[in-house]
Design a protein. Structure first.
Length: 392
């Protein structure tokens, strides 16, 4: 996601933004402002504190090196680490999924010279238990059987190659150029949605950090005004990475907070506005209606906003993630996905299933607790890491 954003806006083309001041006396004619909306800005020297820093210890913000464009410089996640190291980390973090899927396929094929009906039945079971889903598995198996009939498959290893190519095709099918939704002027607004417990606020913080690394100014909006300590949690992230957070007291109308935030972002010429929303059960109709209201208010204040509706899904929830994607998509037209906790599940096949079921691109994947563990999703890289040989 950051790649196309950098391509559109460029890096370092604008002057360094001046730290925001805390605005208390400015008169704003919106309900939230009258009720006491607060803009919390970090100090100008606020350092970035990595996830692994000791308590109370702060470390200086990483320095972005300038130089000729290389594969490492095209992606901000590669600014401080070697590409091979990052791929190795991705491969390591997908080990549970690989062990439950590819490793089991390899064990099934071990010593087999031919493809028989029993092998295909066993393969089908492996695919389903890896959370690829019944429909996706059925299509994979039908494709394999068709190739077998046409004598295009001679041995199990050829079948594995066909599976890999077909899975890559599923993932690529949902990808589409994100630069199409970037506004010609004004802030790029991301509305983040998802149920409670998926890591939504943490994802917002890490996402904001990535945009900062790409050279853009960022503002966070605390639209989750109902969950206890939700506003405070987002403010902590704002202080940690050094970006302003617009918030109001608990129980306030989130739509009014968002309205004020967009007004302030336009005045201050912020590049990226990331809006947190209340985590909710996707089966609660009245709560989904509230999300629709927030989206309508955004569009009224800033035509075209939100430019991205980001759904955060916990990969460990398996097939429940499919129903979340479907119902949130129906309510607010989800345009991008972030899958968290992929390092903690043996059922990472949900990535393939979601890509096949919905025409929604995956923007980010979460593979750990560190800042760099929120990765720009690359379909080819993901498939290669999934099918990579285990280290000896």
């Amino acid at each position: 996601m950051l790649g196309w954003f950098k391509k559109k806006l460029g890096i370092g083309k604008k002057e360094e933004p001046v730290a925001e001041e805390i605005i208390q006396d400015e008169k704003v004619s919106t309900p939230a402002a009258e009720a006491g909306a607060t803009i919390v800005a970090p100090p100008a020297t606020m350092p970035v504190t990595p996830a692994d820093a000791k308590a109370g210890e702060t470390l200086p913000a990483p320095v972005r090196e300038e130089g000729p464009e290389t594969p490492a410089s095209k992606n901000p996640s590669f600014l401080t680490e070697d590409v091979r190291v990052l791929f190795s980390r991705l491969k390591q973090r997908l080990s549970k999924t690989r062990d439950s899927f590819v490793s089991r396929v390899d064990e099934l094929f071990l010593g087999k010279k031919t493809i028989d009906p029993e092998l295909l039945d066993d393969l089908e079971e492996i695919l389903i238990t890896a959370d690829l889903g019944v429909a996706t598995t059925h299509e994979l198996m039908e494709n394999a059987r068709e190739k077998l009939k046409r004598n295009e498959l001679s041995d199990p290893q050829a079948l594995k190659k066909v599976l890999k190519e077909k899975i890559a095709g599923f993932i690529h099918s949902s990808d589409r150029p994100a630069e199409l939704v970037l506004p010609q002027e004004g802030p790029f607004v991301i509305m983040v949605v998802g149920v409670n417990g998926v890591g939504k606020t943490t994802t917002i913080g890490k996402m904001a950090h990535k945009f900062l690394q790409s050279g853009q100014s960022v503002m966070l909006v605390a639209g989750d005004t109902f969950r206890a300590a939700a506003v405070e949690q987002l403010q902590i992230w704002g202080e940690r990475i050094g970006v302003p957070v617009i918030s109001q007291q608990s129980g306030a109308d989130p739509s009014a907070v968002v309205f004020d935030a967009l007004d302030h972002a336009r005045k201050k010429k912020i590049d990226v506005v990331i809006v947190d929303t209340a985590g909710r059960l996707h089966t609660k109709v009245n709560l989904m209606e509230e999300l629709k209201k927030i989206k309508r208010v955004m569009e009224k204040k800033l035509p075209g906003a939100p430019h991205e509706v980001m759904l955060v899904i916990d990969a460990t929830t398996g097939q429940n993630g499919i129903s979340q994607a479907r119902l949130f998509g129906e309510a607010v037209d989800v345009t991008g996905l972030t899958l968290t906790k992929l390092d903690g599940t043996a059922k990472g096949g949900i990535v393939v299933n979601i890509c096949r079921e919905f025409n929604i691109p995956i923007r980010f994947i979460g593979i750990g607790e560190q800042m760099s563990d929120l990765r720009d999703f690359d379909a080819d890289e993901f498939v290669e890491a999934l099918f990579a040989e285990n280290d000896s």
